[in-house]
Design a protein around this ligand. Structure first.
Ligand code: CMC
Length: 435
């Protein structure tokens, strides 16, 4: 970041104070005003619930231009990475290291990740403590946090080698844990990873093979899963990433930080949206019920939202949604599911919403989750696991952002302030004098 010659001046209408603040320029995107001296100089905080105008850090990982519908990982457009950028592990290497790997670097990285896919054998006892009908996200919050109690040799956050090993462990073990959560929920034995398969094919193997029957790799479906992972790998300072950074700012270990990110991702306004979008389609049930549903969405008192539509940052279109839509058609064609009633319902809903004045005027377009739910359902992934797949994909983004934060000399413990509106100081009355 560079200092701009322009400065920002804050002055109060009553003339009580005036403050000149530096402006910094990034490589692209909005400049920022450095308000760090504001409190010291004026005794006031800024007020920005939801971080509508606040940059909480500087970062060189992911850039989004919401108006242009642009998403760049380390400068590379998501469209190029998804189509010509190799597989998900190449994207992981890029996010972690800043550059795409050459052939030798790729081989070494794949080899290292592959050799860390097994989890400690004792992890299975953690799974057995959960009810069979536990939500996979609650299982993942618990088991990912529990990794910290197995891998003490990589918990020193001040040691770059430890940070590297933890990053690899998390990326390598997440598919194993997500698949274990699924197998446990359906009462099938856990399936060990296979080192001869790609990252995504191995995940499908751990999900869908049993001791009685191997999983037959279908390249179209494996590529679809790989694309889901690439598209969800990072998304700059969203709610779960900010949660990971905030948790990490206290010096917490990386497994605990990623568990915190998973907990945040679970919410329906964030990662839970793909599950919520599919449940919504199932609830609507048929094309005939769409007008009634749309009427409910427009009624502010109903509390009903069109899940899979809208985004805090993308206000014209979500570039991930375009790519996911393509994959959706590919997968349904491969599986002969073009006439699937839920898919037809989704397409009818998409058409109506894209033409309806309510959605058009508010710039509400389908987001990636509108289509990713349909693709995952076609792959045989149960709805309750959708957010778990998102967590698996986002782990690399979280860990890259966490590593960047730890190495940032400007890093401080995250400690937001508040506008206090509760009772000022008062005395505790005896119990017989309370109302
Ligand atoms: N359905 C109906 N109305 C909506 C929707 C929706 N999905 N999203 C926003 N609106 C309305 C909202 O009520 C408001 O209307 P008005 O101006 O009349 O008060 C207007 O559009 C602006 O919305 P907002 O609440 O200011 O937008 P936001 O930036 O705070 O919220 C969002 C963004 C993603 C939380 C929201 O669009 C939403 O809840 N969408 C559904 C959930 C969803 O699909 N989330 C996944 C996001 S993509 C995955 C990820 O990155 O996590």
């Amino acid at each position: 970041m560079t200092n701009s010659e322009t400065k920002a001046t804050l002055s109060f209408s009553d003339g009580s104070a005036s403050l000149e603040m530096p402006i910094y320029k990034g490589s692209v995107g909005p400049d920022v005003i450095d308000i760090r001296k504001l409190y010291g100089a004026t005794g006031m905080f800024t007020y920005d619930p939801g971080f509508m105008s606040t940059a909480a850090c500087n970062s060189s990982i992911t850039y989004i231009d919401g108006d242009k519908g642009e998403l760049l990982y380390r400068g590379y457009p998501i469209e190029q990475l998804a189509v010509n950028g190799g597989d998900f592990l190449e994207t992981c290497y890029l996010l972690l290291n800043g550059e795409l790997p050459n052939a030798a670097q790729k081989t070494e990285f794949v080899d290292t990740v592959t050799k860390h896919t097994m989890v400690h054998e004792q992890m299975q006892f953690f799974f057995r403590g959960f009810r069979r009908d536990a939500h996979p996200m609650s299982v993942l919050v618990g088991t990912v946090g529990a990794l910290a109690s197995f891998y003490h040799d990589s918990l020193d956050i001040n040691d770059p080698h430890h940070r590297e090993v933890s990053a690899i462990r998390l990326i390598a073990k997440m598919p194993t844990l997500v698949a274990m959560a699924y197998k446990y929920s359906i009462g099938q034995p856990f399936v060990y990873p296979r080192n001869d398969l790609s990252y995504s094919a191995n995940f499908m193997h751990m999900m869908f093979s049993t001791p009685c029957e191997p999983y037959k790799v279908n390249e179209v479906l494996v590529r679809a899963l790989d694309r889901i992972l690439i598209l969800h790998a990072d998304h700059e300072q969203n709610a779960s990433t900010s949660t990971v950074r905030l948790a990490g700012s206290s010096g917490a270990n990386p497994f605990a930080c990623i568990a915190a990110g998973i907990a945040c991702l679970w919410g329906p306004a964030h990662g839970g949206a793909n599950e919520a979008a599919l449940s919504m389609l199932e609830e609507i049930g048929s094309v005939d019920n769409i007008p009634e549903f749309i009427a409910q969405v427009k009624d502010k008192n109903s509390g009903v939202k069109l899940m899979g539509f809208g985004h805090r940052v993308y206000k014209n279109y979500d570039p991930r949604a375009k790519l996911m839509r393509e994959t959706c058609y590919e997968v349904l064609n491969e599986l002969g599911l073009q006439d699937d009633p839920l898919f037809k319902l989704a397409m009818a809903l998409e058409k109506i919403a894209l033409e309806d004045e309510y959605f058009v005027s508010r710039k509400l377009y389908p987001n990636v989750d509108f289509y990713s739910g349909i693709v995952q359902r076609a792959l045989g992934i149960p709805t309750s696991l959708f957010t778990g797949i998102f967590a698996l994909a986002r782990t690399v983004g979280w860990i890259a952002q966490w590593k960047e934060m730890i190495s940032d000399p400007e890093q401080k413990i995250g400690r937001p302030r508040q506008l206090f509106v509760g009772s000022p100081k008062r005395d505790v009355p005896p119990i017989d004098q309370r109302g």
